[in-house]
Design a protein around this ligand. Structure first.
Ligand SMILES: Cc1cc2nc3c(=O)[nH]c(=O)nc-3n(C[C@H](O)[C@H](O)[C@H](O)COP(=O)(O)OP(=O)(O)OC[C@H]3O[C@@H](n4cnc5c(N)ncnc54)[C@H](O)[C@@H]3O)c2cc1C
Length: 451
């Protein structure tokens, strides 16, 4: 029984994201796979992970690679996210990672996160991708005094354990930085990361991968996978692809009930979770002054059920938060009401400003709350890179390149930080995954507002 209704996987219905209005439809339009095709390497999924894998395989390793995407390029989370290219990838705190993996591996994972940001910056430069970048690092805003004390502790811990500096700001300093809202009682800047238009980044990657020789196919949902001799056979509506090695880059959009060992190897091991975003019309200078928000620094609050927001270079404001726990047309309407309510509470001066776009999409979690890069159990020559816990712009990009290096035989999993090496465990009683999520949301809301 699927966790979510088919509404969430319907590639024919309009998504309604702001990003779609900023990119020419042709930039996403790659012809479907037709008839029998072959490649050394097959990739399922045309988001940051799959596109990075395709670009690395074709561009760096000169390999014969074909990528199959069920929608248009960037249809999944990659074309509809908040565009924070930042540290992250795991839902575990740095302290928890130290306890679980040891100090050295925790430092290695932090370094990997920094490399991920540099990796994206390098791709934008190398392939002349204009993705409307802005923001010098990111700003974490305390939503109450207790959260500010915790931010101070976290800053001290990061400095003493890893030599990483965060700059703390008082409420008055925030106001002087053009960052004001009734809830924000302080904050901390980490000078790592920047913001981008994710669909421009995804379509730029696709162009670069195609120019490097990768064969990209849109509207080519893989409906079944089987073995044909030494090769994988991937069925689509209009043809099939035979390939020696396979990368699953499906992240939160995996349909785990589909037939085939690679689907079964991932079944019950991932939890797709909705995140929701709104974008306003362009704000005037007077409206920005009325709220006291003029900064272009990408920001998020200290809640576990966090809100993320940024004033974009074109003057529109983007605001995101957790989504619904359902994917029906009715839940879409309900979450729209909730996100507007939170936006207006946090930015009251803009309660009459028109919100032009609201949409949702799946981020992907694992039972261990860490990303996974590596091979799949019982599936020879099949690999996956996924589960970035809502932080896949940078992390998904680097993991896509990393899994490509592994399938090409240039590196092994041992070259990666232990945090991303798995194992990718099954959730206990996977049919209850949504019940766990609903319980976690109730607990987090209590921690955020009461405890
Ligand atoms: C609303 C929202 C806001 C977010 N904000 C941020 C943010 O600000 N910063 C950040 O770092 N991260 C953010 N994320 C997370 C980030 O977008 C993801 O981690 C990242 O895009 C994952 O990339 P991916 O390529 O692994 O997966 P996806 O981009 O989800 O791509 C998977 C693709 O696989 C395809 N697919 C699945 N099954 C099949 C099949 N059978 N055949 C063919 N194709 C198939 C899907 O159609 C999909 O396009 C956000 C996510 C969402 C939804």
């Amino acid at each position: 029984m699927p966790l979510y209704s088919s509404h969430a996987y319907d590639r024919s219905r309009p998504l309604g994201s702001y990003w779609e209005t900023t990119v020419e439809p042709e930039a996403r339009n790659y012809a479907p796979l037709e008839g029998e095709q072959t490649a050394d390497f097959a990739i399922i999924g045309g988001g940051f992970t799959g596109l990075n894998a395709a670009l690395r395989l074709a561009g760096t390793h000169g390999a014969d690679v074909a990528l199959l995407e069920a929608g248009d390029i960037g249809w999944g989370a990659s074309g509809r996210n908040g565009g924070f290219c930042c540290v992250g990838g795991s839902k575990r705190s740095p302290g928890d990672i130290v306890r679980h993996y040891g100090h050295e591996e925790a430092a290695r994972f932090l370094d990997f996160q920094a490399q991920a940001i540099d990796h994206v910056r390098g791709l934008l430069e190398a392939h002349a991708i204009d993705a409307d970048t802005h923001s010098d690092g990111e700003l974490n805003l305390a939503h109450r005094d207790k959260a500010m004390r915790e931010l101070q502790e976290e800053a001290a811990e990061l400095r003493s354990a890893f030599g990483i500096e965060m700059t703390l700001h008082s409420r008055d300093e925030l106001a002087a930085m053009g960052v004001a809202g009734p809830e924000f009682c302080g904050g901390a800047t980490l000078k790592r990361g920047f913001a981008l238009n994710p669909l421009k980044y995804a379509t730029g990657l696709a162009r670069a991968a195609r120019e490097a020789g990768a064969k990209l196919h849109g509207r080519s949902a893989v409906t079944a996978i089987s073995r044909e001799g030494e090769r994988w056979r991937l069925e689509t509506a209009r043809g099939h692809l035979l390939a020696r090695r396979l990368i699953m880059a499906t992240n939160g959009y995996l349909e785990e009930e589909l037939p085939g060992v690679p689907f079964a190897a991932l079944a019950g091991r991932l939890l797709p979770v909705l995140s929701c975003v709104l974008v306003t019309r362009q704000l005037t200078a007077e409206e920005l002054a009325a709220q006291g928000w003029t900064s272009h620094q990408m920001s998020y609050d200290t809640r576990q059920l966090l809100h993320y927001f940024r004033l974009m270079p074109d003057g529109r404001f983007l605001f995101g938060m957790r989504g619904s726990t359902d994917t029906t047309p009715q839940s879409d309407v309900a979450i729209r009401r909730e996100i507007l309510a939170d936006f207006h509470r946090m930015f009251p001066a803009w309660k009459d400003v028109e919100v032009t776009h609201v949409w949702s999409g799946f981020v992907c979690m694992s039972a261990e709350l860490t990303p996974y890069v590596g091979s799949l159990a019982d599936a020879p020559d099949a690999f996956a890179a996924l589960a970035y816990h809502g932080n896949g712009v940078a992390m998904g990009s680097l993991c896509g390149a990393a899994v490509a290096d592994i399938v090409a035989g240039k590196t092994t999993s041992a070259d990666l930080p232990a945090v991303v090496r798995g194992p990718l465990k099954r959730f206990p009683f996977p049919a209850l995954r949504k019940a766990y999520l609903k319980a976690a949301y109730r607990w987090y809301a209590l921690c955020d507002e009461v405890l």
